[in-house]
Design a protein around this ligand. Structure first.
Ligand code: SF4
Ligand code: SF4
Length: 120
C-alpha cells in the first residue's frame, strides 16, 4: 500500500504542472476570445446603441467633457459584463471593441466600473 502511494506521488511529481505561473506565464487565447473593452472616444457618436442592447444593464451613458463640449459616452461595469460582445456588434462606428485583455482582477469592486477615459 505504502509503495503504491509513493509511486503515485513520484509519478505526479514528475508531471508538468497543470496551472500556469500567472502573471509571468499567460495562456494562449483563441482568436475569438473576448476580454476587456476598448473605447475610441474620438469616434464615439453618443448613440447609446451599446447601452440599449446590453442584456445585463452593464453600460451607463455618462457625461464626458471633450474639446467640442460635453458628450455622453459608455461607462462599463465589468462586474456585470457577460462578455457577449453585443455592444461591439451594434456599435455603428466600431469605436467600442472587446480586446483580449483578461488580466483585470481587482481587490476593490468599485474598480470594475470603467469610465470612458479608463477604456481608451
Ligand atoms: S459585452 Fe455584452 S454584457 Fe458586456 S457590456 Fe457588452 S453587451 Fe453588455
Ligand atoms: S460606443 Fe458605439 S454604440 Fe456606444 S454610444 Fe458610442 S458610438 Fe454608440
Amino acid at each position: 500500500m505504502i509503495v503504491k502511494s509513493m509511486a503515485t506521488v513520484l509519478r505526479e511529481m514528475a508531471k508538468r504542472p497543470t496551472t500556469l505561473e500567472f502573471p509571468d506565464e499567460k495562456e494562449d487565447l483563441t482568436d475569438n476570445y473576448r476580454g476587456v473593452h476598448k473605447l475610441d472616444m474620438k469616434t464615439c457618436i453618443s448613440c447609446s446603441a451599446c447601452a440599449r442592447i446590453c442584456p445585463n444593464q452593464t453600460i451607463t451613458m455618462v457625461d464626458v467633457e471633450t474639446e467640442r463640449g460635453p458628450k455622453k459616452m459608455p461607462e462599463i461595469n465589468l462586474e456585470r459584463c457577460l462578455f457577449c460582445a453585443l455592444c461591439e456588434e451594434v456599435c455603428p462606428t466600431r469605436c467600442l471593441i472587446l480586446t483580449k485583455d483578461y488580466d483585470f482582477a481587482k481587490y476593490d469592486r468599485r474598480e470594475y466600473v470603467k469610465a470612458p477615459q479608463d477604456l481608451e
